[in-house]
Design a protein around this ligand. Structure first.
Ligand SMILES: *Cc1c(COP(=O)(O)O)cnc(C)c1O
Length: 315
């Protein structure tokens, strides 16, 4: 696990640079779920996702050590987060994106001052390119999840949940590479071990479910789930052991349930949540039959989605 002190340090150091996001509730949602539900609103976070937490902590530390250039490989939220975190420290940033990256994502990164480099179609192509740029241009590579500082930064979500929802009984978290959930597990299990933490994955991106079942990191083939932030095909080397040690369970949901959760957020609560961001809520609602009627929390992890894609998914 990541040390609690490290997560508390992250919370203190990034505090002035990221939002302490609100927790949302709805009577209608409580009825539907058969108990009290709390939504940790990271879709309202700076840059539109929790990724800014880990990126800010990591970039801040790199800046202190003299780095002037942050480099990331990302097609989405991590790229925006690194560009903004770097700009805030007065550092340059470069984000390696796929050849066919959407214009909306590219311009969001550019708006935070990030330089765009296009490369290939898979992260297996982008990551070595980002590392090469970092090496040759004197920069520091910022990984999206498999890094202790990134995990510590994401873990600050867990600390906030414990403060904002006293008596919470369970936390539902989306799982991509596992940075967010390993940070939350570290924060929660070292302070309130009785609070259950569940991971949620799309059915077609169930690399973590399979890995937990076999006891070792297991890769799946490429997937096209609508939850594009959760398309990682193998759990992280550093994140997976934390999940093995501390996770209370892993739930998989079909894309149709993710869409339903997005519609529920839009119609019932007027919240724009991207598919990856709605996945934990879909998991919470799917597990309604487990009899936990305590105070359950779902992390709405992000809200970045192009208008046309959003319209297509919720209509
Ligand atoms: C990155 C991301 C995730 C997954 O986070 P991991 O740390 O890779 O598990 C979930 N939701 C959103 C919106 C994301 O951007």
């Amino acid at each position: 696990m990541i040390g609690l002190t490290e997560i508390q340090t992250a919370a203190r150091e990034i505090g002035g640079m990221v939002h302490r996001t609100p927790v949302l509730t709805s009577e209608r949602l409580d009825k539907l779920a058969g108990g009290d539900v709390f939504l940790k609103a990271e879709h309202l976070q700076k840059t539109g996702s929790f990724k800014i937490r880990g990126a800010t902590f990591k970039v801040l530390n790199a800046s202190r050590e003299g780095a002037e250039h942050a480099v990331a490989a990302s097609s989405g939220n991590h790229g925006q987060a690194v560009a903004r975190a770097a700009a805030l420290q007065g550092m340059r940033s470069t984000v390696v994106v796929p050849e066919d990256a959407s214009p909306a994502k590219v311009s969001a990164i550019e708006a935070y001052g990030g330089r765009i480099v296009r490369c290939g179609h898979t992260s297996a192509e982008r990551i070595p390119e980002a590392r090469r740029i970092a090496r040759e241009e004197g920069g520091v590579y910022i990984p999206p999840y498999d890094d202790p500082m990134i995990m510590a930064g994401q873990g600050t979500v867990g600390l906030e949940i414990l403060e904002q929802v006293p008596g919470c009984t369970a936390i539902y978290v989306p799982v991509g590479g596992g940075g967010l959930i390993s940070g939350i597990l570290s924060a929660v299990k070292q302070t309130r071990p009785d609070v259950k933490v569940f991971g949620v994955e799309p059915e077609s991106a169930d690399d973590t479910r399979r890995s937990l079942a076999s006891g070792e990191r297991t890769a799946i083939g490429p997937t096209l789930t609508i939850a594009d932030g959760l398309r990682t095909t193998i759990p992280g080397e550093l994140t997976f052991p934390i999940l093995m040690e501390a996770l209370d369970g892993l739930i998989t949901v079909p894309d149709s349930a993710i869409r339903e959760a997005m519609v529920l957020m839009f119609q019932g609560m007027k919240q724009v949540v991207e598919p990856s961001g709605a996945t934990a809520l879909a998991g919470l609602l799917a597990s309604g039959g487990t009899g936990d009627t305590g105070k359950r929390v779902a992390v709405l992890s992000g809200g970045n989605i192009a208008p046309a894609d959003y319209a297509g998914l919720i209509s």
